[in-house]
Design a protein around this ligand. Structure first.
Ligand code: PNS
Length: 157
């Protein structure tokens, strides 16, 4: 299980998804639908972008979930959550969640060090840079760069 908000998917996410697809027979990309948090992209738009960018991976599929990740894992019979760690700063919170998830339901978490190319990358940063007209094309799939530009309009002058 590769869970996240994916608002939008970045090359960092794709790196982890691709590596997980080589380690496991089957990978589910679990898109958290958080009704109390409005994203830049809707649930359908995020799924659509993810669906496009994972097309090369035969053993990866995209599903949405609400509520607890462990309940979704149980429903999908997924025993392992795969998370990318970009830096030590990610570790504290990720460790807490991993320990909670194993306590709640015995769901294991596998931490993967991100490719150093993406160690500074996050969806929030990509949105911020795109909003002010910066070039995000090295950091997201082409399709996502186009959708960001369509959504955010031309950069402010
Ligand atoms: O891409 P994000 O927003 O960093 O992903 C965070 C996510 C979705 C993996 C995390 O918030 C999560 O698992 N949310 C589901 C709710 C849940 O299970 N919370 C308890 C975690 S111990």
């Amino acid at each position: 299980m590769c869970p996240g908000s994916f608002d939008p998917v970045t090359n960092g996410h794709l790196d982890i998804i691709g590596r997980a697809s080589r380690l496991f027979d089957e990978v589910i990309v679990g898109v958290l639908i958080n009704q109390s948090k409005t994203g830049l992209f809707s649930e359908d738009e995020r799924i659509d972008m993810l669906g496009e960018v994972i097309q090369g991976y035969d053993n990866v599929r995209v599903l949405t979930f609400r509520g607890l990740l462990v309940d979704f894992c149980r429903a999908q019979e997924a025993g392992v959550v795969v998370k990318g760690l970009r830096a030590v700063s990610d570790f504290d919170y990720e460790l807490q969640m991993a320990q909670m998830n194993i306590g709640l339901a015995g769901v294991e978490t596998l931490f993967m060090p991100t490719n150093p190319l993406y160690s500074f990358l996050s969806s929030s940063l990509v949105k911020e840079v795109a909003k002010w007209g910066g070039d995000v094309s090295p950091h997201v799939p082409d399709l996502v760069a186009v959708r960001l530009r369509e959504r955010l309009g031309p950069p402010p002058s």
